[in-house]
Design a protein around this ligand. Structure first.
Ligand SMILES: [Ca+2]
Ligand SMILES: [Cu+2]
Length: 380
């Protein structure tokens, strides 16, 4: 595996995109980015960004990943052994919530090579009769002041706009669609026919958990997810290195063009793509970035833990188990971390198809671009 030097971008630029122009990163530090709508907007609450924080920049090197043998054969088909090791988690070059860079160690684990697909989720539902979160009626008590009309089962569906819109208001492109759920991704009348190999979407956190436990698996922590997504490349911008489109080749399903109206599809896909449509990362994992966001078990925090100075004290298998810091301003539903960005992430709006990128997503919220994959931890 080729190691790439960490890019500590002083000049605030990323490698050239396919048009050969440089994308200035300075605006990203202050942009809200791909803020996820949450159900709170039903009650008319304005979404407010937390202020950018002045965060300490920590630059240090992590210990090299220690290779270790997988313990036995894969616990299920389509899983990869990710040998444990230490790595630099986070980034100082993009959004404030990715800071500071700090060393973290994780033990080895098995990870799904691909996001869970709609076909796999269908098997789970057939086997268990599971009713997903967004198919269930909503309790008006949980949404004080909400219009009863929107308190019907449904999910958030992306609608491409006819032209440029105000990027500060996600309601310009997200629509709450009654009847939308994993099997009807665009609402009544839509189906997943022909999309069995697409990642399952419109899954809330508890749906991902329910699937994982049915499969005898678990959801990854944010640290495990990011370590795996980096594929052994220390400090790289993307899961495959530092070039946006190496040799002009798209490496993930993102959005090229001006979001949310102009989708140039240079990667071949207008929306989600069948899992495994792009090359795997250094650990043999597909679609870690782009395509759909993936749930992790950690509660969201507006920033990472500080770097510890002493190597003895590097956090091992860290978890954020308390939701206290996770709330978006003015909201009452805790948020967990989602990773990897999606096919809706575009440089003009949200450059989050990167291992370090992270966002909080409310536990009661599902959308057409969030899915998940599972892990199995080695028995200790
Ligand atoms: Ca695309
Ligand atoms: Cu995004």
């Amino acid at each position: 595996m080729r190691a790439v030097r960490p890019v500590l971008v002083e000049t605030a630029v990323v490698p050239s995109n396919t048009h050969g122009t440089l994308v200035n990163l300075a605006p990203f530090a202050s942009r809200p980015g791909h803020e996820m709508p949450t159900l709170a907007y039903r009650s008319g609450l304005a979404y407010l960004d937390s202020d950018e924080q002045t965060l300490r920049e920590v630059r240090s090197t992590a210990g090299a990943a220690q290779a270790s043998d997988p313990l036995g054969s894969p616990p299920a088909e389509g899983m990869r052994w990710i040998a444990g090791g230490a790595f630099l988690m986070g980034s100082v070059d993009f959004y404030p919530e990715e800071r500071p860079v700090h060393r973290v160690a994780v033990d080895g684990f098995w990870m799904d090579e691909r996001p869970v697909t709609a076909g796999e989720f269908r098997r789970f539902v057939r086997d268990t009769g599971y009713v997903s979160f967004c198919e269930r009626p909503l309790d008006p008590a949980d949404y004080p002041g909400a219009d009863p009309e929107v308190l019907v089962p449904g999910s958030l569906v992306f609608r491409k706009t006819a032209g440029p819109v105000d990027l500060r208001d996600f309601r310009n492109w997200w629509e709450y669609v009654p009847g939308a759920y994993w099997k009807r991704p665009e609402g009544l009348g839509s189906t997943i026919n022909g999309r069995d190999r697409h990642p399952v979407v419109h899954v809330a956190y508890q749906d991902a958990e329910a699937y994982a436990s049915w499969a005898g698996k678990e959801l990854p922590t944010e640290a495990e997810w990011e370590y795996a997504a980096r594929g052994g490349l220390e400090g790289s911008v993307f899961a495959w290195g530092d070039e946006h489109f190496p040799d002009g080749k798209p490496m993930a399903n993102s959005w090229q063009g001006e979001f949310p109206w102009q989708n140039l599809r240079l990667d071949g896909f207008e929306g989600a793509s069948p899992v495994g449509s792009f090359p795997p990362n250094g650990y043999g994992l597909y679609d870690m970035t782009g395509n759909v966001w993936e749930w992790t078990t950690d509660f969201f925090t507006p920033r990472h833990a500080d770097e510890v100075e002493k190597p003895c004290c590097i956090p091992r298998n860290p978890r954020v188990a308390s939701g206290e810091e996770s709330f978006a301003e003015g909201e009452t539903i805790p948020r967990r971390v989602i990773k990897g960005g999606s096919h809706l992430c575009a440089p003009n709006y949200c450059l989050r198809y990167r291992p370090a990128a992270r966002q909080g997503e409310a536990l009661d919220t599902s959308t057409g671009h969030i899915g998940f994959r599972c892990v199995v931890r080695a028995a200790v």
